[in-house]
Design a protein around this ligand. Structure first.
Ligand code: NAP
Length: 287
C-alpha cells in the first residue's frame, strides 16, 4: 500500500483564494504588521513569503525591519503603537529574536486581539478552556488539513511527537477538543516507536530528520510531518522518512508542500478573523 499524499500547497491555495474573496467585501483591507529584528537569513525568507501571501490576498502588509542592535524598549514601543493603530488588525514578531531580548515579554506585549500567531497567554488559555480566540497557525493548519481530508478524529488515538508551545502542546489540545485520545512524546520519552506505532493520527514536530521511520508507523495511520530541516545538500526535509512511512500510512504530508503552506494560510485567516472581530464589535457598539 502507498499512502495518499496530502497536498498542503493545494489546500492552502484554496483557502487563500477564499480569503481573497472575503477580503474584497471589506471597506478597508485588514492590516498585518510584521516585526523582524536582525539579519537571520531564514527569518528574512519567512517574512518575505508572509508579505507576498498577504499582498496577494488583499491584506495591507507592513514589514518593520529593525537592526540587531535595537533595544527591547524600542521594540516594545513599536508594538504599543501598533496595538493602538486601528488600521492594523494583526501583529507578528518573527522569531527568533536576538539573544538580548526576552522573547516572552515581547510576545506578551502584543494585544491578544491582534495576536495572529496565537502565542499570547490569553489566547493560549482560551484554547485550553475550549473557547479559542486566535489560534496558533501551524497546529490550526494541521486541523484544517485533517478536516479537508475528512479524517475522523473522535475516538482515535493521536500521538504527537514534540511538545513545544507553538506546535506540540496546542496540537494536543486541539485534537483533544475534537475527541481524540492524545499522547504527547518529548525528548525524554523512552522507546518512541512503542508510542508512534499505536497512533491512528501521528503528528511529528521535533526538528530532526528521519526521527520517525516507516517501521514506527502503524499500518493505515495518518502521518503529519511538521518538521522543517535544512539538509547539508541544501534540500528541505521533514522529521519523518517519507519513503518508508508512505508504504505504511494511509495519508501522509510531504515536506516541502505539506504543513508549511498551511501555516501561512492560517496567518492570513487569523488576520481576517481579527479584523472581522473588530468589525463585529463596532457594529454591536453602534446598535
Ligand atoms: P522546538 O521548540 O525545538 O521543540 C521540539 C520538541 O521536540 C521538544 O518538545 C523536544 O522535547 C522534542 N524532541 C526533541 N528530540 C526528541 C526526540 N528524540 N524524541 C521525541 N521528542 C523530541 O521545535 P518547534 O518549534 O516545535 O519545531 C519543531 C519542528 O517543526 C522544527 O523542524 C521546525 O522547523 C518545524 N516547524 C515547522 C513549521 C511549519 O510551518 N511547517 C512551523 C513551526 C515549526 P523536550 O520538550 O523534551 O525538549
Amino acid at each position: 500500500m502507498s499512502a495518499k499524499i496530502i497536498d498542503g500547497k493545494h489546500i492552502a491555495q484554496q483557502m487563500r483564494e477564499a480569503l481573497r474573496r472575503k477580503i474584497q467585501a471589506f471597506s478597508t483591507p485588514p492590516g498585518l504588521a510584521v516585526i523582524i529584528v536582525g539579519e537571520n537569513p531564514a527569518s528574512k525568507v519567512y517574512v518575505r513569503n508572509k508579505e507576498k501571501a498577504s499582498i496577494e490576498a488583499g491584506i495591507r502588509s507592513e514589514v518593520i525591519a529593525l537592526p540587531d542592535q535595537v533595544s527591547q524598549e524600542e521594540v516594545l514601543e513599536r508594538i504599543h503603537a501598533l496595538n493602538r493603530d486601528p488600521a492594523i488588525h494583526g501583529i507578528l514578531v518573527q522569531l527568533p529574536l536576538p539573544a538580548h531580548f526576552d522573547a516572552r515579554r515581547v510576545l506578551d506585549s502584543i494585544s491578544p486581539e491582534k495576536d495572529v500567531d496565537g502565542f499570547h497567554p490569553c489566547n493560549v488559555g482560551a484554547l485550553f478552556l475550549g473557547n479559542p480566540g486566535l489560534q496558533p497557525c501551524t497546529p490550526h493548519g494541521v486541523m484544517k488539513m485533517l478536516e479537508y481530508e475528512n479524517v475522523p478524529i473522535r475516538g482515535r488515538h493521536a500521538v504527537i511527537v514534540g511538545a513545544s508551545n507553538i506546535v506540540g502542546k496546542p496540537m494536543a489540545v486541539m485534537l483533544l477538543a475534537k475527541g481524540a485520545t492524545v499522547t504527547i512524546c518529548n525528548s525524554k520519552t523512552p522507546d518512541l516507536g512503542r508510542h508512534t506505532r499505536d497512533a491512528d493520527i501521528l503528528v511529528v514536530a521535533v526538528g530532526r530528520p528521519n526521527l520517525v521511520m516507516g517501521d514506527m508507523v502503524k499500518a493505515g495511520a495518518v502521518v503529519i510531518d511538521v518538521g522543517m530541516n535544512r539538509l547539508e545538500d541544501g534540500r528541505l526535509a521533514g522529521d519523518v522518512d517519507f519513503e518508508s512511512a508512505k508504504l505504511k500510512a494511509s495519508l501522509i504530508t510531504p515536506v516541502p508542500g505539506g504543513v508549511g503552506p498551511m501555516t501561512i494560510a492560517m496567518l492570513l485567516e487569523n488576520t481576517v478573523e481579527a479584523a472581522e472581530r473588530v468589525r463585529r464589535k463596532g457594529s454591536k457598539e453602534t446598535v
